[in-house]
Design a protein. Structure first.
Ligand code: AMP
Ligand code: ZN
Length: 472
């Protein structure tokens, strides 16, 4: 008998611009770092496209027999967070707690596995300050008006990830807000001078707060060592964020920061990136409130290979619902129908071929479309074999096994929580948050919470004895 020969696992590496065979550098464990959410608001489903890609990546690595040591940061300090927390009279911790919890809840709803370590930036401020001091000893930094900047001219390889040639335009220029950096190739802030009334940390390098880029370098090296196997995120992070991470990390260690760099393309809405700033976004909760199952969103996000943009439409979401139905119906038919005894050899071969095509698709740079096509073509063939009596009782186990393998990656066959049902405790928590926002005279935030609850069918009534609520 011919043994199946699976294609080796390959990824497109942004650094080399090539598809390369992947295996971890040391032992069997993949050391992987992915950039996590900035917790100043609810994550939108564009963000979750990237986090879902990371989940598929994890599961495919595991299916290839590798162990995982995956670290993801939570960016719980940045300009917006500090500004919003100050405006609401809250500590950073109090302000971000809501959104961290929401992120974790949403990940669970979408069945995204927890990384081996999920770690907030604010627990590593001392490490960051120490790393900045070391960069200073190596003459990679300069101080200006209380802030510390990375001098890109000291890292000649700058641009190697984004394949940009920055020759000539870098010297001397600088800006001090992360938002602005995205538009320009300039020196970037490692440590930002405190602004009046806003939170800062007192460190040997001076009072201030860390820039966004240094947090990832510091946490990645601390937990995973000087050279990672994989670093991943959305394409918008290639420049400047990941380019800056490389500059800092390699200036600190003298070693390559990551062997593979993987980047997920955007979720788009009518030709534009889904983003907070464009206002064209939907949170997971928004979509669930319209009655869709979380699995439908998960499926939609998975169905387009991660290096292609994915245009979000409700029609697309409806076809995701139909696709899941087809698979669930097939599974039900396997489990409940009675078939003639024996094995149909043609079917055994068909199952093996589908299984191989499924694995080959995923191993081909996570080509989820190819993997799904393998399963759906199989389901079509098996269904017609069932209709003509050619599917036998002995073929059931192989078919179920294939569905199990499919679901160990795509994870949509088991119906989960029904969409749109906020738990009572969650409602109470949001109401308490709204009351606190009103007290702090932040009426915009209070209104947003009321609207958010309304979207989920919860009506609030302000009475003398407090807030009452009911489901519409
Ligand atoms: P943020 O919370 O803004 O730091 O983003 C979290 C992750 O979501 C990052 O990896 C981003 O690259 C990614 N991301 C942001 N917008 C989109 C989008 N429209 N489609 C896919 N990924 C996105
Ligand atoms: Zn990062």
């Amino acid at each position: 008998m011919k043994l199946p020969h699976f294609m080796p696992l390959r990824f497109y590496n942004t650094l080399t611009q090539q598809v390369q065979e992947f295996a971890p550098a040391h032992d069997n464990t993949v050391r992987m770092y992915t950039c996590g959410p900035t917790v100043y608001d609810f994550a939108h489903i564009g963000n979750f496209r990237t986090f879902t890609f990371v989940d598929i990546l994890r599961k495919t690595l595991r299916a290839n027999g590798f162990g995982l040591n995956h670290v993801m940061n939570i960016t719980d300090v940045d300009d917006k967070i500090i500004r919003n927390a100050a405006a609401q009279g809250k500590t950073i911790e109090d302000y971000t707690a809501t959104y961290i919890q929401a992120f974790l809840d949403d990940c669970a709803t979408l069945r995204l596995e927890r990384p081996e370590r999920l770690t907030p930036a604010t627990q590593h401020i001392d490490d960051m300050a120490a790393a900045i001091a070391r960069l200073g000893e190596g003459s990679h930094t300069y101080n200006s008006e209380g802030s510390i900047y990375f001098r890109i001219a000291t890292f000649p390889q700058y641009g190697k990830l984004s394949h940009n040639d920055f020759g000539g335009i870098l010297a001397g220029a600088r800006v001090d807000v992360d938002e602005y950096e995205k538009a320009d190739a300039r020196d970037f802030a490692l440590w930002k001078a405190p602004k009046p009334g806003e939170h800062f940390w007192e460190e040997p390098i001076g009072p201030g707060r860390p820039g966004w880029h240094i947090e990832c370098s510091v946490m990645a090296i601390k937990y995973l060592g000087e050279t990672l196997d994989i670093h991943a995120g959305g394409v918008d992070l290639i420049f400047p964020h990941h380019e800056n991470e490389i500059a800092q990390s390699e200036s600190l260690t003298g070693k390559p920061f990551s062997r593979f760099w993987l980047h997920a393309e955007f979720l788009m809405v009518e030709g534009q990136k889904m983003s907070k700033s464009l206002g064209n976004y939907l949170t997971l909760r928004d979509v669930l409130a319209r009655g869709y199952e979380p699995e439908a969103i998960r499926y939609l996000l998975e169905s387009v290979p991660y290096r292609k943009t994915l245009n979000f439409t409700f029609d697309g979401l409806k076809s995701a619902v139909t696709s899941i139905e087809r698979l669930r119906n097939f599974k039900l038919r396997l489990e409940t129908d009675r078939y003639p005894e024996g094995v149909q050899e043609r079917m055994t071969a068909r199952t093996a071929a589908a299984s191989q095509a499924f694995t080959d698709g995923l191993n081909d740079d996570l080509n989820t479309a190819e993997a799904l096509a393998a399963v759906f073509e199989y389901v079509r063939d098996a269904n017609s074999a069932m209709d003509t009596g050619e599917f036998r009782a002995g073929d059931v186990a192989g078919a179920l096994e294939l569905l199990k393998r499919f679901d160990s990656i795509f994870d949509v066959l088991q119906p989960g929580a029904k969409g749109g049902q906020l738990q009572d405790a969650e409602v109470e928590r949001l109401i308490a948050e709204r009351t606190a926002a009103k007290k702090a005279r932040n009426f915009a935030a209070a209104d947003r919470i009321r609207e958010q609850l309304l979207e989920q069918g919860i009506v609030l009534e302000d009475t003398k004895s407090g807030v009452r609520w009911k489901r519409k």
